[in-house]
Design a protein around this ligand. Sequence first.
Ligand SMILES: Nc1ncnc2c1ncn2[C@@H]1O[C@H](COP(=O)(O)OP(=O)(O)OP(=O)(O)O)[C@@H](O)[C@H]1O
Ligand SMILES: Nc1nc2c(c(=O)[nH]1)N=C(CO)CN2
Ligand SMILES: [Mg+2]
Length: 245
Amino acid sequence: MMILGWKKRYSEILKEFKYNEKMDNESAIILNSILKKSDINKKIMKLLKGKTVLVIGSGPSLSYAIPKLKKYKKIVKIAADSSLKPLVENGIIPDIVVTDLDGDEKVLEKIGKTKSIFVVHAHGDNLKKMEIVKKFKNCTGTTQTTPFGKIENFGGFTDGDRGVFLANHFQANKIILFGMDFGERIGKFSETKKGDRKIKLLKLKKGESLLKWLSTFTKCELFTTSKAIKGFKKISYKELDIIIT
Ligand SMILES: Nc1ncnc2c1ncn2[C@@H]1O[C@H](COP(=O)(O)OP(=O)(O)OP(=O)(O)O)[C@@H](O)[C@H]1O
Ligand SMILES: Nc1nc2c(c(=O)[nH]1)N=C(CO)CN2
Ligand SMILES: [Mg+2]
């Protein structure tokens, strides 16, 4: 089942970014054929339902967030793609990794062998990268088009905002953002290639607008330690201890 209103948002994405729905679907078919049947959704539900969940992106504030995140060892963490490398380098292993497979492959492979759950997003521009999924121990798949088989659609576009939609779907109690600044500055940990900057900024804008949309109907309490986002309560690192319970 898709989140109500997603189809309209996806149509807008297809138009704005000139993506091809058939290619998005093609990629999802490949991912579905690689994934093994599993009870991973049950595992994710157990991890997230009723919990405080930290969603970590690669925005400029990630550098400041890392020392704070070290403190919250037992709190559930969802890492968006390229935020994984600096987190792992600092001894933080996230419970869930949301990725469209353009983060650092060595780190993806290394953490893929652990108990971290990988939520891999198939789209028309990553179908050639799907082979790596065979190396992930705990993995499920998502699409931005119609879900089928083992492939889900929880909503969202960039890895970071998809992490938030995931936590919403699995009924987290509180969602707190780190390194999710959006805006005009691409964080240094983001794996953006030189020529892709303009598109990346448009992607970030879309991701932020989707989070604003989500905030209008989600039952989760939403907070951010990053740059302010409408619909999310902006909190300081000092306030974290009170909110994380
Ligand atoms: N200012 C920012 N710079 C970089 N990433 C950001 C920023 N603000 C929020 N993020 C979040 O961090 C996430 C992880 O960054 P990453 O560069 O791996 O993105 P991505 O979604 O893989 O993008 P793409 O696949 O289009 O390159 C993004 O998905 C985005 O949601
Ligand atoms: N077809 C296609 N879909 C996407 C793409 C992309 O590059 N191509 N990037 C995304 C987030 O970065 C999400 N969805
Ligand atoms: Mg990515």
